[in-house]
Every structure is written in structure tokens, then in C-alpha cells.
Design a protein around this ligand. Structure first.
Ligand SMILES: Nc1ncnc2c1ncn2[C@@H]1O[C@H](COP(=O)(O)OP(=O)(O)OP(=O)(O)O)[C@@H](O)[C@H]1O
Length: 488
């Protein structure tokens, strides 16, 4: 860590209050970040993390309190002022334009790139930064962003944010930066963050993956209900004490030993090898099946193929036998103009209707049940879905799938941005539902989640290269199969 003791704070928020109607999103937050420091920011879904980021970033004005940059007085507020003070932000919801190329998106974020030959300069800058942060990536910077996978889009946005055209960033805010990255890419990014802060840059890192917060931050700030409740050096925390500081309790999550072999339960899915090589895919009633391997190796494609084939005989008015929890909530998950309740109930309308009319009482009861069950933090389920924090939106997508009568649930890395307390709730709901006969097919980029599965298929280059079960489900075996096609 660089010498941070004598330098003025890159940003200092003092007594910041923000409310949305009756909701106190920030209730007097003090937060200062010094040069050469990585501050980890954690807290439950809806604690106020994205809101304080928006205030620091200049996108949102504090109703009370002040924000100072680089030791200056109160010099006004807004995105341009924050940017001029070296503040840059990678948001939870990616903000690149899909119909423009990576190079053109670089130009949008760095308006200094102009005049003759800007495309060449932009290409050189973004390529060099991608190579530096994510060595070995295969992103073509001349392709449209819409053609890239969600992980690649996240990598591009991160590289654009750290890139220097005329002036280097002083503070980079990373709001859930690894939510779409597999473990290898996440480790590359965390290494880069350490390198960046060692040269005097500052990072505000928000993540629900506590391992990366603990290993990468110098200091950890915990928020709860719109307030900062703890700010201490990272070395003073371990996972348990951090979870406790957030107001949750750590529960031992383990995969229950399956006594019965697969031969005595019904086969519910049987698909031939993908890409005509590797192993076939089978799923049995009551199983939780993990799809593992490096991101972008065909897991999402398989889930989509299964969804298409399982819903091909569906007709309106009936509930489907399959439900899907999307990974990219803003692109494929939420209906942004609808209420929270309608976003939740939309997949169950068959069961909630009689004579083509939705029974509003039944719909409200469904909403109230799920609001309580997984703690959707809102004063009113009739509020718009976008009034929820990112993690709470993700909970609604979960509830949408689980509330259906579907016997097969497909989940495309669905825990992004969900806080640890809720994750534990959802894991135990999955277990109970699986015991009752539902089958879960779960793509996850988190090894802790893969370990909870009964059986795991590892993907490589679009095909299944290994099947792991029981004690063979280990990080070592998943990694070995991801790279060589065989378990260690
Ligand atoms: N535009 C908005 N309209 C209404 N309420 C909002 C709006 N934006 C945020 N809120 C509310 O403010 C509170 C804080 O939300 P915020 O997004 O800052 O939480 P967070 O800690 O980032 O959560 P997460 O971990 O889920 O991303 C939440 O209760 C949220 O519902």
C-alpha cells in the first residue's frame, strides 16, 4: 500500500442523507477514501451501497450532507465535477452501448479521444488495458459489444474505466465487478486492483463475495440500513466476523449425503453429447445439478436449449413445466416498467387466473408470501421493480421461478449481487424443494455453490468433459477438467 497517511482524501462524504419517498436510502453516511487505498464496502441488499456510490459519482445529489474531492472545499456537485476529480465508476448494471463496437464505447467514456485517427488511438488504448488486466483474453475490440458474452462486456467496461487517455483515474469504484466473471477472471481483476493501489490509485470495491473483499481490501466498511456501522482494517476481519458485522449469521452449508443412487429415481432429462462429443447430459427427479467450468464455455447455451425444448409444447393459459432464472437481469430478467408484484407473478398467471382474469387477491398473497420468505426490501410490492436495489431485483427473479409449479428449474448464475444472508435462505429453499421432487440445473461461477450440488457437469469448449459427484466435487477437479478435460 502506498503512503496514505498524509495525503488528502480523494473523496470525503460527510453526513450524507438521501431518501426515496419514505425509504431512507442513506441516513447520515461518512465515508472518506485516501490515495493508495482499496476500501471494501459490504452490506445487505438495500443497505445503501449503490446509493452512496451514486452520490460520490455525482449522479445523485445528497438531500443533506456534503461531498469533497481531493481535499477541496465544497466545490459543487455533479458527474462532470466528480469526473474532473478523477472519479470513475463501473456500475452494477453494465452501461455499454450494445450496438457500438468496443472501440466506439471507449470513445463514449473518454470524450478526449477525438480528431483525426481517434479510432486507432482508442483501439491501442483499450487493447493494451484489456491485455494488462485480463491477460490471455480473446476479445475482438472491433466487434459490437452486443456480440460479446456478459463476462466479456464486464471485462470491457472495467478496462475502459481503468484506461488512461489524458489523465489517469484517481478513484475507481467497482460495484459488483466480478458478478459475471469466473474465478480465474475475478482473480486477474483482484490482482490488478492490488497493483493499481500500490501505485497510488484508490479503489472502492463493492462485492457480496466476501473472500475477494477480505483478500483485496486494505480497509472494510460495513453498511446497514443506510448507515456505516463499521470501518476497520481488513486484517481485523475474517468471513465469520464480517458476516456478523453485516447483521447475518454464518450457517454451515453442506451438500446432504445422497444415499439413493440415481437408478431408483425417475430420469427427467436425457440429452445427447453437446457438439457431438464429450458426455451426455442426464437429470433425475429431485437432483441439484451444477454446471461448472470456465465462464462462456457453453453452460448458458445448454440452459437455453433445454428451456426451448422443454417449453415447446406449452400453450397460453397453462403453466410451464420449466422455469428459468436469468443471469443478466436487466437484459433478460426484469420487466422494467412493471411493478415488483407483476414481475414476480408473471410466470404463475395460469395458476392465479380464472376465466382469463387474474385473481388480484391471490396475486397479492403470493407477493406477500415471497416478500416475507426471502425478505424483498420494499415498503410496497406495487412499487416499480426499478425502485429495488440490484440484489432485491434478483430475489424477485428467484421468487418468480420458485413460485411456479415447474418441476425443472434452470438457473443461469442467478445469485449475482444477492447478499450472504439471503443466499443462505435460497440454498435451503432449493434443498427443501429438491427433496420434494423438483430438479434444479444450476450454472454457477462460484465454487462454494458448485460444492452444494449433488452432481456436477464440467463444460469445456461447449461440451461436457467431466461428471463429478459426491466427494469428487472439488475445486481442484473442476479446474483440472476445465483446462484439460479430465478431473484431477
Ligand atoms: N430509484 C429509487 N427509487 C426508490 N427507492 C430506491 C431507488 N434506488 C434505491 N432505492 C432504495 O434505496 C435503498 C438502498 O438501495 P441501494 O441500491 O443503495 O442498496 P445496495 O446496498 O446497493 O443493495 P444491493 O446489494 O442489492 O445492490 C433500497 O431500499 C432501495 O429499494
Amino acid at each position: 500500500m502506498a503512503d496514505i497517511s498524509t495525503k488528502p482524501a480523494v473523496v470525503a462524504a460527510e453526513g450524507v442523507k438521501v431518501h426515496f419517498g419514505a425509504v431512507k436510502a442513506l441516513d447520515g453516511v461518512d465515508l472518506a477514501i485516501t490515495p493508495g487505498e482499496c476500501v471494501g464496502l459490504v452490506g445487505h441488499n438495500g443497505a445503501g451501497k449503490s446509493t452512496i456510490v451514486n452520490v460520490i459519482n455525482g449522479g445523485l445529489s445528497a438531500h443533506e450532507g456534503e461531498v469533497h474531492y481531493n481535499g477541496g472545499g465544497h466545490s459543487g456537485h455533479g458527474i462532470a465535477i466528480a469526473r474532473a476529480n478523477g472519479v470513475r465508476c463501473v456500475f452494477q448494471e453494465l452501461s455499454l452501448s450494445p450496438n457500438l463496437t468496443v472501440v466506439e464505447n471507449t470513445r463514449i467514456m473518454h470524450s478526449e479521444l477525438k480528431g483525426w485517427n481517434w479510432r486507432r488511438r482508442a483501439l491501442a488504448i483499450i487493447r493494451a488495458k484489456l491485455d494488462e488486466v485480463f491477460a490471455g483474453h480473446h476479445i475482438d475490440c472491433k466487434s459490437a459489444v452486443g456480440e460479446l458474452s456478459i463476462a466479456e462486456r464486464q471485462m470491457v467496461e472495467i478496462a475502459i474505466t481503468f484506461a488512461t487517455v489524458t489523465e489517469a483515474p484517481r478513484l475507481v469504484i467497482l460495484d459488483e465487478p466480478t458478478s459475471s466473471l469466473d474465478a480465474g477472471l475475478a482473480a486477474q481483476l483482484m490482482d490488478y486492483v492490488r497493483k493499481y493501489v500500490s501505485t497510488g490509485g484508490s479503489v472502492l470495491l463493492i462485492s457480496h463475495i466476501l473472500g475477494e473483499i477480505l483478500s483485496t481490501s486494505d480497509r472494510i466498511v460495513v453498511m446497514k440500513d443506510g448507515k456505516v456501522v463499521t470501518s476497520r482494517p481488513a486484517r481485523e476481519f475474517n468471513t465469520k466476523s464480517l458476516v456478523e458485522a453485516m447483521g447475518s449469521v454464518v450457517r454451515e452449508q453442506s451438500r446432504p449425503a445422497k444415499v439413493a443412487s440415481n437408478t431408483d429415481v425417475a430420469l427427467v432429462l436425457d440429452a445427447p453429447p453437446r457438439k457431438n462429443h464429450g458426455l451426455p447430459f442426464k437429470a433425475y427427479k429431485g437432483e441439484v445439478i451444477g454446471l461448472a467450468g470456465l465462464g462462456g464455455h457453453g453452460q448458458t447455451e445448454m440452459l437455453l436449449d433445454l428451456y426451448r425444448s422443454l417449453s415447446s409444447d406449452w400453450f397460453p393459459g397453462r403453466d410451464k413445466s420449466v422455469a428459468f432464472v436469468a443471469g443478466d437481469r436487466s437484459l433478460n430478467g426484469t420487466f422494467p416498467l412493471w411493478s415488483i408484484l407483476r414481475n414476480l407473478s408473471v410466470a404463475s398467471l395460469g395458476a392465479l387466473s380464472s376465466a382469463t382474469l387474474v385473481k388480484s387477491g391471490a396475486e397479492s398473497t403470493l407477493g406477500a408470501d415471497w416478500k416475507k420468505k426471502i425478505e424483498i426490501r420494499t415498503p410496497d410490492m406495487d412499487n416499480g421493480i426499478l425502485s429495488l436495489s440490484g440484489g432485491n431485483q434478483q430475489k424477485v427473479l428467484f421468487a418468480r421461478a420458485l413460485a411456479t409449479k415447474a418441476s425443472i428449474l434452470l438457473m443461469d448464475d442467478p445469485m449475482r449481487g444477492v447478499d450472504i444472508g439471503t443466499k443462505q435462505e435460497v440454498y435451503s429453499i432449493l434443498r427443501t424443494e429438491a427433496a420434494a421432487g423438483r430438479t434444479f440445473i444450476w450454472y454457477s461461477t462460484e465454487m462454494d455453490e458448485i460444492r452444494l450440488c449433488d452432481r456436477v457437469y464440467v463444460f469445456r469448449d461447449g461440451a461436457i468433459v467431466a461428471e463429478l459427484r459426491g466427494n469428487n466435487i472439488s475445486e481442484e477437479n473442476v479446474l483440472a477438467a476445465s483446462f484439460t478435460g479430465e478431473a484431477a
